[in-house]
Design a protein around this ligand. Sequence first.
Ligand code: PEP
Length: 261
Amino acid sequence: MSKNKILIAGNWKMNKTTAEARSLVSEIVAGAGSQTKVDVAVCPPFTALESAAASLKGSSVMLGAQNVYVKDSGAYTGEISASMLKEVGCSCVILGHSERRQYFGESDAFINEKTKVAQAAGLLPIVCVGETLAEREAGKMLEVVSTQTTGALAGVTDAANLVIAYEPVWAIGTGKTATPEMAQEVHAAIRALLVKQFGEAGNKVRILYGGSMNPANASELLDQADIDGGLIGGAALKSASFLELVAIASSKGGCCCCCGK
Ligand code: PEP
């Protein structure tokens, strides 16, 4: 079976001012803004979305946010709606990142609501799942990831507009990466859940790996059967490393023989 088109998405977290975002995005556009071999997305903080959108105009690089609220407008101080994200130019949104689960108490049920809201608004949700070190050491990683995945996707029927990111919590921002085999084991389990829920369409849902992915380890990770790209934190904050990741992904070949991309 041919692999899915690779997606390299940068999660900037709470980094970059609007001016910094403008210059980072300009460098990314200069290096990868016209290639179509792989999909590329940048996810700046809310305050930098507008300046990033302006710099991305006319390029193939997608703009994403790092969160969305489930209501469309109203008295929800501090929150941002899907229609606001669409208006500013977003086409995707990261949901359920482990930092949001850990620091903001986001549950699978809340992430599920957000996933449906994002899809209904025409935003591509990048739904994050992943186990902690304690959970892995207790041998519970597949159970945890399975609960998170099925919880986040309960009642979701649109497999065509969906991305999952497997991010082992112990590998995020730590420099520790899952070995390609460790990552593939979990990706294969997620794939099985997707196929169970969506049938054949589950094979087309991209499953990204995230957790200290960088130019030194990306190639081997991307060679795994069920790793369809990367959600990149630290290495997305500098154009050189991010563009190197895009180049490595591009070298893996195109999407498939039928579309020629
Ligand atoms: C992330 O936070 O999504 C992430 C993968 O971070 P890092 O690449 O820095 O581990």
